[in-house]
Design a protein around this ligand. Structure first.
Ligand code: DON
Length: 313
C-alpha cells in the first residue's frame, strides 16, 4: 500500500503543484516584518518523507525561509519537557481563539488574562519565558539544538536579518508582552523574553527540515530513520492536538474539514504537516491568504488529502 502510494505521489505531484501555483495569485507575501517582503510571490515547494526514508520533493523546495510561527510548536514541546504540563498550562490555555494570531482582544476580555493557547503570539511569547536557560542566548541555543535534533540537521541557524527586522518593528508583540507582564502571566524581563521569541521565529529551514521534524511527530516522538527517541509520546499528543485545533489559526476549522491533518503554519509561508504514522510534510509558499496561511500551500494539501484519502476524520 505505502509503496504504491509513494509511486502515485511521485507520478502526480508535479501536476498537483502546478495546479496549486496559480492560487498564489490571490495571496500576499507578509510585509509587516520588512525582511520577509522580498520573498518570491509565486514560489511553491513541498517535501515529503516517510518512515523508510523515501523522500519526495517538488517545486521550490530548496529555498530557505524562516520558521516563524512553526517554531511555536517546538518551544511548546521543549517547555513541556523542561517543566511539565501542569506548570505550562497554568500559564496558557488549550482553546482556539477564533481571532487573528496577533490579537490582544481576549487578553483584555476574558479573565484571568492568560493566552488561550500556545500557538497564538501571546501564548508563544509566554511559553518562551518558560524555556530553561540562564539568559536569552542559552534559551535560544537550547531551542536551536532541539530543532536541529528533530530536523537531523546541525546547520539550522537564526537568520539574523529577519531577527533584526522583526525585533526593530515588533511593537504589537511588545505590547502583548507588556500586557502579559502587567497581568503577571509573563515571568522575567520582557525584552529578554521577546528576544528569545524573535530569535526562534527567525530560525531558517527548508522544506526537507520541516518534513523531517514532521516525521518525528508523525512517529510519536521517535525519529524512525535514526531510532532516536526525541520527544515523550504524551507531549507529541499535546502538540498534534494543538496543530489540529489551532495550528492554522482562525482557519483551523476549515483546514480540518478540507485537509484533516495536523498542521502548523508560519507567516513566511511555511507549513509543517504530517500523516500520522506515515509521512512528515514540509511546504513553502510565501503568498498568504487573509488568515496568514500559505494560499497555494493550503490548496496543495487540500488536493493531496482528497486524492490520497488522508483525512483523519
Ligand atoms: O510574531 C510574529 O508575528 C511572527 N514572528 C510569527 C507570526 C506567524 O508566523 C503567524 N503565522 N501565521
Amino acid at each position: 500500500m505505502t509503496a504504491v502510494e509513494i509511486q502515485q505521489i511521485r507520478r502526480k505531484l508535479p501536476e498537483w503543484v502546478a495546479a496549486s501555483v496559480p492560487f498564489a495569485e490571490g495571496g500576499k507575501v507578509a510585509s509587516y516584518i520588512p525582511e520577509l517582503a522580498g520573498a518570491p510571490h509565486d514560489a511553491l515547494g513541498i517535501t515529503l518523507i516517510n518512515a523508510d526514508g523515501d523522500l519526495i520533493t517538488e517545486g521550490s523546495c530548496g529555498r530557505r525561509f524562516t520558521v516563524q510561527s512553526i517554531s511555536k510548536l517546538f518551544t511548546l514541546i521543549l517547555a513541556l519537557m523542561d517543566i511539565g504540563e501542569d506548570r505550562v498550562f497554568e500559564k496558557v490555555g488549550m482553546e482556539p481563539t477564533g481571532d487573528n494570531f496577533n490579537s490582544v482582544l481576549k487578553l483584555e476580555l476574558v479573565r484571568p488574562g492568560i493566552p488561550f493557547n500556545p500557538l497564538i503570539n501571546a501564548g508563544a511569547i509566554t511559553v518562551s519565558a518558560l524555556i530553561r536557560g540562564s539568559d536569552p542566548e542559552e534559551k535560544t541555543e537550547r531551542i536551536l539544538q532541539f530543532m536541529r535534533a528533530l530536523a537531523n540537521n546541525d546547520h539550522l541557524r537564526v537568520d539574523l536579518d529577519v531577527y533584526r527586522s522583526e525585533a526593530d518593528t515588533g511593537n504589537l508583540n511588545r505590547s502583548i508582552a507588556y500586557l502579559l507582564k502587567q497581568n503577571k502571566v509573563l515571568d522575567g524581563d520582557v525584552e529578554e523574553v521577546l528576544d528569545v521569541y524573535f530569535r526562534h521565529c527567525s530560525i531558517a529551514v527548508d522544506c526537507a527540515d520541516l518534513a523531517r521534524m514532521g516525521l518525528v511527530l508523525a512517529c510519536n516522538g521517535t525519529d524512525p530513520l535514526t531510532g532516536k527517541s526525541l520527544i515523550p509520546r504524551r507531549y507529541v499528543q499535546i502538540a498534534k492536538t494543538f496543530m489540529t485545533t489551532c495550528g492554522m489559526y482562525n482557519a483551523s476549522g476549515e483546514f480540518a474539514i478540507q485537509v484533516g491533518l495536523p498542521a502548523k503554519s508560519g507567516v513566511s509561508g511555511g507549513i509543517l504537516s504530517l500523516v500520522p504514522g506515515r509521512y512528515g510534510i514540509g511546504v513553502y509558499g510565501p503568498a498568504l491568504n487573509n488568515k496568514g496561511n500559505s494560499q497555494a500551500g493550503v490548496h496543495l494539501l487540500e488536493i493531496m488529502s482528497r486524492e490520497l484519502n488522508w483525512s483523519m476524520f
